[in-house]
Design a protein around this ligand. Sequence first.
Ligand code: CMC
Length: 437
Amino acid sequence: MSKSADTKSNTFTMTNNATGESFDFPVLSGTCGPDVVDIRKFYAETGHFTFDPSFTATGSCKSKLTFIDGDKGILMHRGYTIEELAEKSNFLEVAHLLLEGELPNKKQYEEFDHNITYHTMVHEQINYFFRGFRRDAHPMAIMCGITGALSAFYHDSLDIWDERQREISAHRLIAKIPTLAAMTMKYTLGQPFMYPRNDLSYAENFLYMCFGLPAEPYKVNPILADAMDKILILHADHEQNASTSTVRLAGSSQANPFACISSGIASLWGPSHGGANQAVLEMLDQIGDKKNIPEFIARAKDKDDPFRLMGFGHRVYKNTDPRAGVLKKACDEVLEDLGVQDPRLELAMELERIALEDPYFVDRKLFPNVDFYSGIILKAMGFPVEMFTVLFAVARTVGWVSQWKEMIEEPTLKIGRPRQLYIGEDHRKYVPMNKRK
Ligand code: CMC
């Protein structure tokens, strides 16, 4: 049932069993999802901190952007389901929805499209900046550096308290990230950079900059452009995940948005987060053949073996990842259009079938997540495996920027500062070196 947002609906009483003291804390209700206990005064009133190391039960902010119901497999942006957006919308519309709060009307769309399109070129000096990287650098290493470096190029939009400058920075980031991602790919391949083309859509232009060559015309395959657009929509935002929380925490210190997005890219890189799409392909290569699947399933279940089935499980989704279903369909279309007979796909399908029947995975609600299919589709499109997480970063930039903007515009903005349970030595006297054991 829908509730009005941010209402104080109740109080939550906690009792300290050691002293018998009771404390009342306000309970806040959102529009959807569980109520939250407001513990902002917890330390002041009880003298205790709360302990939640991986933030599994902590709401770190109020947000109007994205709602996830992990048990029911629901993902909504500003109230629209991801399935409906993926089917009926396009990436720039979704970007407008996340950033501005509403789907754009025709005039707003044309204006937004124009603003993004005419910010896609990067400062020419950035071309030379790339040359400082080794050609064999991981593309995510280049992306962390080059995105952070944007703050050295666009001084005129760094005042985060100026609404217009925030808007320009947001447009610049959404517009330039695909250009930087494509330049990163070209640089690692040793091919010339392709300048953006303003006559193409966001997804088409990205494919053109990645796969075009100056020596010959490049015709964008509409099925691939459509699949790319869907991939971008499906990865655009995902509530307060690790990289988004990183962006918000960095931004809470009033750091500039380019630096904040760079911190998000760094956090996304890990294999438990965005790096999983690369890890899925590497895992399929490691498994090699269907006959080896039981061995890898057994390893995934073995607590003494660090191996996990990449592309399975999710911190929030405990039923199904709604993004995975949409991507599986797009994956089938791309593979059929390209006539790709990738044995890895067959392997992936068999792995999925076996894992979904195995009580270990069923009991723990471990389902294929979005990364299980995105790796396969991106490989078929011709992206090098190391680029997969970069593509995730391109899409997620919209979410990061929107979340950053929402946070800066919150009147009660304070620097993020978690506390800790200290378990080190208590105070002790300094021992001179000649007296140490
Ligand atoms: N393979 C084997 N066992 C697993 C897996 C897996 N992929 N994922 C979780 N488990 C087991 C885990 O060992 C634990 O078992 P037990 O209860 O017996 O100790 C149980 O399931 C719960 O695991 P958890 O580590 O407490 O779950 P989590 O919510 O902390 O972890 C996760 C979520 C995504 C990090 C984890 O499922 C994982 O490592 N998956 C593989 C990496 C992956 O695909 N990541 C992409 C996530 S989707 C894209 C994104 O949003 O970034």
